[in-house]
Design a protein around this ligand. Structure first.
Ligand code: DAH
Length: 339
């Protein structure tokens, strides 16, 4: 009989299953009321006295082995159930990650910066709250120039010398005052004008100013730079320069890019002409160079200024400039996929 018990011990030790029903059957078989162990215990009284000790030992070994085995298998089974539960259905589609989006003004600004960085320009900034000198006087705006009129400029309290800059051209002045030529810089930033708010104009908007000062800079350099910019920015290389007037440049021009008339939208955007005005530019007036401490007999330069909001409206077909400031997520979310 002892040999039979030893066989059972070997069987118990080699038993394995991951199925709960099989583990339960195994338990009933060994530890159940009518199980193997109870049958052997019932035999105890029939065992000759000289074998009782050994019989007792092997049957206890069998009991412990069976109990340990059941505990071990049950634990493994419960562990596997937990893992399954925490992973859930592995074939389920993943949860989408909500991506943020950049503001369309930032997207267009960053593209403009990128294009000019590639040809050696750096990025400079100036304060939004300016003084008369940097916003007007140094830029050759005579004292009674209409742009100084209260209607156009926000003055801080009643001090006419502290104002919100009306253009980023003020950064040109600051840059020239603090840096020696050669100068190649662009200055993006927010500007303010005391204007009625409508679909086309706002009391604050954004500009990028460009400035290049060195020996022998010519109008041809300006034109070539603009040509490069419009090709990179819009994928359109046909431009035209219309004579214009700005107090800080001489000669001055306005730049149009040929957009084309292929679609109904092109027709509306260009008012049927195919041409779009994108910026003002010119050769820096020698007076401005002098005002900023640069010798205009040695150096010359060109400057340009463009409106970021206007370009963003063109590129993304945005019908109303006020949308940029409203922070309506339904509007902003549309720029998620734009780099
Ligand atoms: N400051 C002008 C404006 O706000 C834009 C501009 C025109 C800037 C010509 C320039 C320039 O640097 O040369 O309308």
């Amino acid at each position: 009989m002892i040999e039979t018990i030893k066989k059972h011990i070997a069987e118990v030790e080699s038993f394995s299953s991951a199925k709960i029903e099989e583990i339960e059957n195994f338990r009933i078989k060994y530890l159940g009321k009518k199980g193997v162990l109870n049958t052997f215990f019932a035999e105890f009284k029939n065992v000759p006295n000289d074998q009782k000790k050994e019989f007792g030992q092997v049957i206890n070994t069998l009991k412990n082995a069976a109990q340990d085995k059941i505990n071990e298998l049950k634990e493994a089974y419960e562990g596997s159930q937990e893992t399954k539960a925490s992973y859930g259905d592995l074939s389920r589609p993943g949860e989408t990650v909500q991506l943020g989006s950049r503001h369309p003004i930032s997207l267009v600004k960053n593209r403009i910066i990128d294009i000019f960085l590639r040809i050696g320009f750096n990025v400079s900034e100036g304060p939004e709250m300016e003084d008369d000198w940097h916003n007007f006087s140094a830029l050759n705006l005579p004292e009674y120039h209409p742009a100084r009129d209260m209607q156009d400029t926000f003055f801080i309290q009643t001090n006419p010398d502290v104002l919100l800059r009306t253009h980023t051209s003020s950064v040109q002045v600051r840059y020239m005052e603090n840096n020696k030529p050669p100068i190649r810089t662009i200055s993006p930033g927010r500007v303010y004008r005391n204007e009625a708010i409508s679909a086309r104009s706002h009391c604050f908007f954004h500009q990028v100013e460009g400035l290049y000062v060195d020996k022998g800079v010519s109008f041809a350099d300006l034109k070539q730079t603009l040509q490069y910019f419009t090709t990179e920015m819009f994928g359109k290389s046909k431009i035209r320069l219309r004579p214009s007037y700005f107090p800080f440049t001489e000669p001055s021009a306005e730049v149009d890019v040929y957009w084309g008339l292929e679609t109904e939208t092109d027709y509306r955007m260009t008012k049927g002409t195919g041409w779009l005005e994108i910026m003002g530019c010119g050769m820096v007036d020698p007076n401005v160079l002098k005002n900023c401490g640069i010798d205009s007999d040695i150096y010359s330069g060109f400057a340009f200024g463009m409106g970021i909001d206007r370009i963003a409206m063109l590129l993304h077909q945005i019908p109303d400039i006020r949308m940029f400031a409203e922070n309506d997520v339904r509007f902003l979310e549309q720029f998620k996929s734009v780099l």
